[in-house]
Design a protein around this ligand. Sequence first.
Ligand SMILES: CC(C)(COP(=O)(O)OP(=O)(O)OC[C@H]1O[C@@H](n2cnc3c(N)ncnc32)[C@H](O)[C@@H]1OP(=O)(O)O)[C@@H](O)C(=O)NCCC(=O)NCCS
Length: 168
Amino acid sequence: MALRYEQNQQQPVLRKMTIDDIPEVMEIEHEAFTLPWTEEAFRNELTMNHFARYMVMVIDGRTIGYAGMWTIMDEAHVTNIAIREAYRGRKLGEALLVELMNWALELGMLRMTLEVRVSNEIAQQLYMKLGFSNAGIRKGYYSDNNEDAMIMWCELAEAQGHLEGSVE
Ligand SMILES: CC(C)(COP(=O)(O)OP(=O)(O)OC[C@H]1O[C@@H](n2cnc3c(N)ncnc32)[C@H](O)[C@@H]1OP(=O)(O)O)[C@@H](O)C(=O)NCCC(=O)NCCS
C-alpha cells in the first residue's frame, strides 16, 4: 500500500490496521453503523482471514477512519468504510476509498464490489463519484430493519482516472 500522506504531518496518514487499532475502530464502528461488527469480528479479520485487508486513517495520532476488503481471485469485496462523524465532509472518506482501490489494483484486483443501504445516499454518491455503478438489489439484506442493499460494482482499470484525479 502506498503511504502517500506520510510526508506531511498536516495530512492524514494511511496505514494497515493492526490489533492495537481495534478499540478506536470500534468507537467509529458504533458511531457509523446500526449493525456494528464486534471487536472479535475485527480481531478474526486481522488474524484469521487470509482474504482480508484493512487500513486506518490517522490524524495527529487519532484514528479517524478505516476501510476493509476481501480480495478473492481478482475481485475485491469492500466490507466496511467509515469516517468519524466529526471529520466527515472533508474529502477524507474519498481519500480513504481511493487508497483502498489503489491497494486493490496493486494486489492485482480487476473489480471491486460492495453493498450499501438503499437509503444511504451519501455513500452511494461517493461510490458513484469514484466509478461504481448500481448492479442490482439484495432484498431485505439488513437484518435490523429488513432494508434492501444496493449492489455496486466498479471496474478498477476504468476507474483509474478517478483515482489519479481524486487525491490532492
Ligand atoms: C460515507 C462516508 C465514509 C463518506 O465520508 P466523508 O469523508 O464524509 O465523505 P467526503 O467528504 O470524502 O465526500 C466524498 C463524496 O461523498 C459524497 N458525499 C459526502 N457527503 C455527502 C453529503 N452530505 N451529501 C451528499 N453526498 C455526500 C459526495 O459525492 C462527495 O463528493 P463531493 O464533495 O465532491 O460532492 C461517511 O459519510 C461515513 O462514514 N458514513 C457512515 C458509514 C457509512 O455509511 N459507510 C458506508 C457503508 S456502505
